[in-house]
Design a protein around this ligand. Structure first.
Ligand code: IPE
Ligand code: IPE
Ligand code: MG
Ligand code: MG
Ligand code: MG
Length: 291
C-alpha cells in the first residue's frame, strides 16, 4: 500500500520527533535507556495518527496536538512492554527487535513500563494552549481506557480465558484490551479539534468498530505474518493457547468480520464528507496490514 504509507508518513515523522524530546539522551540511566529503547523503536504509530486525523476534522490550529499524540503512544508502549513479559505473553520480538525484558531484564522492563504510563498524564496536564477543563476531560478518558474496566481487564481476561468463550465475550475482551485506547485516541483528537457532540459520537462509533477490527487483524497476523514482516513472534497466540478470533471462528470468517466492521466504521464518517476520507482509508489499511 505505497500510496497509503506516504499519507501516514508525515504524521509518523511528526510524532517521532515529539517523542524523542520526552526522554533524556541515551546513557542517562538504565531506566531511561529501557524507556527509550521501547518508545523510540518505530511502530506504526497508529494511535497518534488517529489523534492527528481526528483533530483535523475540526479546528486544530494553534493547539499542542503533539502532546496528545505522544500521550496515547506512551500508554500504548507501556502496555506492549508489559504484554511481552514472561508472565504475560512471554515474547522475544517486538517491532523487529528484542523485547524490552530480553534486551534489558525483567525488573527493568516492568519499571520502564511503569514510568512511561504517568509520563502520558504529565504531558496532558502540562500542555499549553488548552483549557484546564478540556485537559480534565482528556485525562478522564485516557485513564479510563487503560484502567481496570478497559485495557487491564481485557489483558486479565486474555491471560485467564482458555476455552468456552463466546463470540460476544471475545468481542468484549478485544474491545477492552485494544479497542478502548484506539477509540479514545480518536475522541481525544476530536475534543482538541472542538468537534460538535454529534460529530464526536460518530467518531466514537467509528473508533469502536475500528478497534475491534484492529485486534481481529492482529489475531490473523499472529498466524499469517512471518516474524520478519510482523516484527513479532509468529504463532505466539497458538503457543499460549490464547482465545483469538481465528481460533474461535476460523481465519476466513475472521477476515470477513473484520471487513464488515470496517465498512460499518467507515459509514459513521459520512457526516464529515470529504474530510473523513483519510480516516476511511486508514480503516482499510487496518484490515489489510500484515504488520
Ligand atoms: C500491537 O499494536 C498490540 C495490540 C494492541 C494489538 P500495534 O500493532 O499498533 O503495534 P505497533 O505500535 O505498530 O508496534
Ligand atoms: C496486546 O494484545 C494488547 C495490549 C498490549 C494491551 P496482543 O498480545 O495480541 O498484542 P501483540 O500481538 O503481542 O502485539
Ligand atoms: Mg497479549
Ligand atoms: Mg502479545
Ligand atoms: Mg496479538
Amino acid at each position: 500500500m505505497p500510496k497509503f504509507e506516504s499519507l501516514i508518513r508525515p504524521y509518523q515523522n511528526r510524532v517521532d520527533i515529539a517523542l524523542k524530546k520526552l526522554l533524556p539522551e541515551e546513557g542517562h540511566s538504565r531506566l531511561t535507556d529501557a524507556m527509550r529503547y521501547s518508545l523510540l523503536n518505530p511502530g506504526k504509530r497508529l494511535r497518534p495518527i488517529l489523534v492527528y486525523l481526528a483533530s483535523e476534522l475540526g479546528k486544530f490550529e494553534n493547539k499542542n496536538i503533539d502532546d496528545f499524540a505522544c500521550a496515547v503512544e506512551l500508554i500504548h508502549c507501556y502496555s506492549l512492554i508489559h504484554d511481552d513479559l514472561p508472565s504475560m505473553d512471554d515474547d522475544k520480538l517486538r517491532r523487529g527487535k528484542l523485547t524490552c525484558h530480553v534486551a534489558f531484564d525483567e525488573a527493568t522492563a516492568i519499571l520502564a513500563g511503569d514510568a512511561l504510563q504517568p509520563l502520558a498524564y504529565s504531558l496532558v496536564s502540562k500542555s499549553q494552549n488548552i483549557d484546564d477543563s478540556l485537559k480534565v476531560k482528556i485525562l478522564k478518558k485516557l485513564s479510563f481506557a487503560c484502567g481496570w474496566n478497559a485495557m487491564v481487564e481485557g489483558q486479565m481476561k486474555d491471560i485467564s480465558i482458555k476455552e468456552n468463550i463466546t463470540i460476544n465475550e471475545l468481542d468484549e475482551m478485544h474491545k477492552q484490551k485494544t479497542g478502548e485506547l484506539i477509540k479514545t485516541s480518536l475522541e481525544i483528537g476530536g475534543l482538541v479539534g472542538e468537534l460538535q457532540i454529534n460529530e464526536l459520537q460518530m467518531l466514537s462509533n467509528y473508533g469502536e468498530n475500528l478497534g475491534l477490527a484492529f485486534q481481529i487483524r492482529d489475531d490473523i497476523i499472529d498466524i499469517e505474518s512471518p516474524s520478519e514482516i510482523s516484527g513479532k513472534d509468529q504463532g505466539s497466540d497458538i503457543l499460549n493457547d490464547k482465545a483469538t478470533y481465528p481460533k474461535l471462528i476460523g481465519l476466513e470468517a475472521s477476515k470477513k468480520r473484520a471487513k464488515y466492521l470496517v465498512e460499518m466504521a467507515q459509514a459513521y464518517l459520512d457526516i464529515f464528507s470529504n474530510k473523513g476520507i483519510k480516516l476511511k482509508n486508514l480503516a482499510q489499511f487496518v484490515i489489510q496490514r500484515d504488520h
